[in-house]
Design a protein around this ligand. Sequence first.
Ligand code: GUN
Length: 286
Amino acid sequence: MTAQLIDGNALSKQLRTQVAADTAALKAKGLTPGLAVVLVGDNPASQVYVRNKVKACEDAGLHSVLEKYEADMTEADLLARVEALNNDPAIHGILVQLPLPAHIDAQKVIEAISPAKDVDGFHIASAGALMTGMPGFWPCTPYGCMKMLESIGYDLKGKHAVVIGRSNIVGKPMALMLLQKDATVTVAHSRTQNLKALTLQADVIVAAVGKRNVLTADMVKPGAVVLDVGMNRNDEGKLCGDVDFDGVKEVAGYITPVPGGVGPMTITMLLVNTLESAQRALSEKH
Ligand code: GUN
């Protein structure tokens, strides 16, 4: 293996220790940061995710509430819950776990969350703030990727970054964050022709497609930094990313593993955003 590993567990531990310290300091001033996690239905993956989010809050000393509802909850009832949480002074972050059942308009629910509490960064106000460089919450997964690049002291200025995937949650915000740090950014997607020609030019590659082996060793320039956002299962049922890790690690300069890479960073940045929201609430009071 030639690539150095970017260890998401180790970096998360370091950042969560800082979040815990800052949370303790905020509590000493009389304010406990609070996150509300709302889950509708019984999607098994979502149940694991929300449990991990609530546990991470507890471990760092944040207040958290998990609201679970039946899959047949009406959209109106969910919107009413969001409104109540918007007005709850103990809550600084609201996260409605996606996907929502098909009869609920997810975008409508996201837009009902107060942008001041949108710690997922999915509201159009948050997306607009990111696009224009204004203060606002950044989506946790690409934000975590930026922290990983920062942790290796990587200077993006003038570098070519190729983002594979154009989702609202990862690909698009990732491209904007990289651009903000002066990278030259290419966004590739399912209709892109000759992906390999693009990735071979890349200094940084972010794979965020949700499909195994999207990036193989022959597609990577020696020394490139490879961030793997994928979360898939291989034929043996083992967790794997979008990157052919065993092949690419022989070519890349840095690589993130799956599991133990970007995944834990997503939850860490949720804590960071919730803490930030509480700090803003306190400074507005004074
Ligand atoms: N479903 C999968 N990932 C996420 C996430 O980061 N936030 C929310 N709200 N739902 C998700």
